[in-house]
Each structure stands twice: as C-alpha cells, then as structure tokens.
Design a protein around this ligand. Structure first.
Ligand code: URP
Ligand code: ZN
Ligand code: ZN
Length: 486
C-alpha cells in the first residue's frame, strides 16, 4: 500500500506512550502506524518527535473585548501564529454581548472565521445574557450546531452573570452534554480594591494586579465549584492563577466532582514585578486574573505535575500597545480602561516544552496530554483530534527536541506587536505541522492558505465514567422524592 504521505523514522508520542513508528496518511487521516511504510510524499522524522498537533483551547481571536476593543488578531493571523507554535487546531471564543442573541453571535463569528483560518477551529460560546429564550431555545440550538462548551464570567461588569443565572446555564449545559467554563474572580472584591487604588491616585497598569487579589479568585472558584456540585454539572475553571484556587480544583476532583482546571504560561513564567515599568509599559502584561509571584509559580508547576490541571492554554488576548489596543484611551489612562490580556498563542507550546519537558518537570506524554489530548477529550474532539491513532485526522506536529531558539515578536507571526516572553531562550521547537495531512507549516514556511481550516462540529462532553456529585437536596432518595434535578 502506498500512502499519500508517510512520516518516517520518528518517535511517536501520545498522552500514554512513546514508540518508534512510521505514520501512513491517506485522505487526510492516519491510515497506518507501522514499519517500512511507503508514500508519495515522505517526511524524514529521524531524530524527531512526532506528536498530535497542539489544540489551543483558550484564545480570543476576532473578538470584541469586555472593554469594547477588537483583538489584534483575526482568524488568519491567529491561526497562523498558532500553527507556527505547533498547534493544528484552535478553539477561540464567540462572545455574546448583552442584547445579542446566541444564534446572532454564532452567525457573526462564522462570518469572521469561515474562509479565514489555516487550522480547523470551533468556538466556545461566551454567554453573558442568559435570557429565557437563550436558555430554552438558543443554547440547545448552539449545541446542535456542534458548540458543546459555554463560558461564563463572574467578573467584568458587561459580561458577568449572577449565581442564579450561572446555575441556569450549568443546568442547560448538563442536560445537553456541554461543558461550562468559568472565569472565576469575585467582582465585588475587584471593584472595592479598584475604588481604593483610584482614590489614592494609583492608576498605573501595575496596580491592576493589586486590584484583582488572589482572594477574589479563591472565593469565586470556591463558589463556582459549589454551584457545579449542586447540579452535578461538569465545570472547567480557566486560567487558574493561585495556589488556593488550584487546591480547590484538586480537592473537588478528589471528591469525584466533574471539575477540571486550566492554567496558562504567563502564570508560570511571569510575575507582577514584571509590570513595574515606567509609563504605560506595564500594560503589555495586564491580564485577568493578574500575574502573581514566584512562590505561586512553583505551586502551579506542582499542580501541573500532580494532574490538577488538564490543560495549559495561552489565553491569547492580543491588543497592540497603541491606540488600536491597550492605549486606546491614551498615555496615562487608568488601568480600568486598558484592555486585559496578552498574546501567547505561538509561544505556549515552545515554552511548555522547553521549561516543562526540557527541565524535567513533565514527561513527553504529559506534554501531549496538556497540550492536545486533554483538550480534545474535554471539548468533544477525541479521537478525531488529539491523538495518533488509525482513523484520526492527520493533525500532527513534528518537533526537533534539540533545536534552540529565542521567543521574539518577529517569530510569533501574530499581530500584537510584542511578546510577553521576548528574549526567552527555548530548546525544542516544532518544525512541521500537518492539518488533515496537509503541511501547514514546514521549516519556517507557511504552506497553507486561509480557508484550509474547517469548522469542527464537536461531540458531547463525556466525563468518561467519573461518578460526579449529587447534592442531597437534589437527590429524590433524600429530598422527599422531589424531582427537581436538571
Ligand atoms: O485578561 C485576559 N485574560 N483577557 C482575556 C479575557 C479573559 O478574561 O479571559
Ligand atoms: Zn477569562
Ligand atoms: Zn481568556
């Protein structure tokens, strides 16, 4: 048998094992794993690692932010940057703003994404206005469209939902088999801190980090987990940035609850001291939750090692350091009006590989799990994406574990105009990325066109048999037989 493409002589790595094999690809899918395979196109992978392409499952692309601005990347530049960084699939957000319908929101994001992405993509739906119509008709309709993850905010005045709304969305998500994601920070604590800082004239970007105290994250994560437990719905806490927040995720899982965790490179590699720069420079590193401290980094790494975090995502939120982005309100504007977030979709995997695998903190299979397989599982893409198995899409990243480089704005291929990790030396870089068997990136060249990427209809969330947790007040055996559980 002659395959369309054969990746020859590499070391294959999945989330569970490493083995030497050629990979035969036909019709865009993995058709064989074996020895001595032949193909029309042969990619020499001797001395290289052959892994599932990364799945970037937390990115803000072509999105209107909570402060009104538009991200610097569209689906073309965002997906290109992702591909150069070893990803073969992206799941950015489609943001419902108040007053918008969900179907209208998804149609809008379709108009931004169709024909634009070089990688396959889906969206998580941000729900900020869960009206009766949204809950009863539009979320189920989104689900039928293949959008099987919803994100809620507990902060940002224009995006947040209250606790009852949170429970409503969790219940609908549970009924239909969707995974809810949450940005967990206590809005009242942030407002109170912000008012005090502003009253003292402390308006520089670095004070944003103080306005979002660790306790605000801890409180909100605890509340979010309690709400998910009440209705026994799956919940992923995104961008966990605190030791106590991570410990809450860990202990909820130990109790059997369907609670999942994500952290991001910025919380592992940067601290709030990096924001202590003159003028508006600190705005480049302004994100929510904010950067913390070195002690936090150590604890977050321990939680990566012990399995608390299922995914390490970039939370790519690109805003330029000019009037189109962070400086829309001018030099000297208070941190309250500066767009939150930083770029990182291209740096996520080289940083995680170099600092994680290269420094002995995680194994290669753990790298694959954190960068690809777990996202595929959580977001209804496994086994189509996220693993190397016969029948899967040939979404494959070939890495040279010895190749050295430096992260710099010029090799990130995004539109942000800066990298938070500028100058960081990395060892281990992706050299070829295939999407459904097509070389998207090869030896530093972009080979796919915008529009190669297709929308992915995702499957239901599957807890994989995890028992879950049922509050006694919702359990008919303990609540006088009341049938009120979603
Ligand atoms: O500061 C951040 N992370 N901005 C992006 C939006 C969000 O909260 O995830
Ligand atoms: Zn967030
Ligand atoms: Zn985000």
């Amino acid at each position: 048998m002659r395959f369309d493409t054969v990746i020859k002589g590499g070391t294959c790595v999945t989330a569970s094992e490493m083995f030497a094999a050629d990979i035969g690809i036909s019709g865009g899918r993995i058709a064989a794993l074996g020895e001595g395979l032949n193909g029309e196109d042969v990619i020499d992978a001797r001395g290289k690692l052959v892994m599932p392409g990364g799945i970037e499952a937390h990115a803000h692309i072509a999105q209107n932010s909570a402060t009104g601005g538009m991200t610097a990347d569209d689906y073309t530049s965002g997906s290109i940057s992702a591909a150069f960084g070893g990803n073969s699939c992206i799941i950015p957000f489609a943001a419902q703003h108040r007053g918008m319908g969900v179907t209208e929101t998804l149609d809008l994001y379709d108009s931004r994404a169709i024909g634009a992405s070089v990688l396959d993509y889906s969206y998580h739906l941000i729900v900020s206005d869960p009206t009766e119509k949204v809950l009863a008709e539009e979320l189920p309709a989104a689900f039928l469209r293949g959008i099987t993850s919803f994100k809620l905010f507990m902060t940002y005045d224009k995006m947040l939902v209250n606790d009852a709304q949170f429970l409503d969305v969790l219940s609908v998500a549970k009924t239909h088999g969707a995974l809810t994601m949450v940005h967990a920070e206590n809005a009242g604590m942030i407002k109170w801190m912000t008012d005090r800082l502003l009253a003292c004239g402390l308006t520089a970007p670095k004070y944003h980090a103080l306005s979002h105290p660790a306790l605000a994250e801890e409180e909100a994560i605890h509340r979010a987990i309690c709400m998910a437990k009440l209705v026994d719905a799956p919940l992923l806490i995104v961008h966990v940035s605190t030791p106590k927040g991570a410990a809450l995720v860990q202990s909820a899982r130990a109790q059997g609850a369907k609670i999942y965790g994500e952290t991001c490179p910025q919380y592992l590699f940067l601290t709030r001291d990096d924001m202590d720069k003159p003028g508006m420079e600190g705005a480049a590193l302004m994100c929510s939750p904010p950067l913390r401290d070195a002690a936090t980094q150590d604890v977050l790494w321990q939680h990566i090692q012990s399995g608390t975090f299922d995914v390490v995502s970039s939370d790519h939120s690109p805003y330029r350091m000019d009037e189109t982005g962070k400086l829309a309100h001018g030099e000297g504007a208070p941190f309250t009006v500066i767009a939150n977030g930083m770029p990182g979709i291209g740096a996520r995997l080289p940083m995680l590989f170099s600092e994680g695998v290269g420094k002995g903190r995680i194994t290669l299979p753990e790298f694959v799990a954190l960068s690809s397989t777990n996202a595929a599982r959580l977001y209804g893409l496994l086994p189509q994406k996220g693993t190397l198995t016969v029948g899967a899409d040939a979404d494959i990243a070939i890495w040279d574990p010895d190749k050295r480089g430096r992260i710099c704005v010029d090799n990130q291929h995004d539109n942000a105009g800066y990298s938070p990790f500028e100058g960081w030396e990395v060892q281990g870089l992706p050299i070829t990325v295939l999407s459904r068997g097509k070389r998207v990136v090869d030896q530093g060249a972009l080979l796919a066109r915008a529009g190669h990427g297709q929308f992915l209809v995702r499957a239901k969330f599957d807890a994989g048999g995890r028992m879950g947790y049922l509050a006694p007040e919702l359990d008919p055996a303990q609540n006088f037989g009341a049938d009120i559980a979603p």
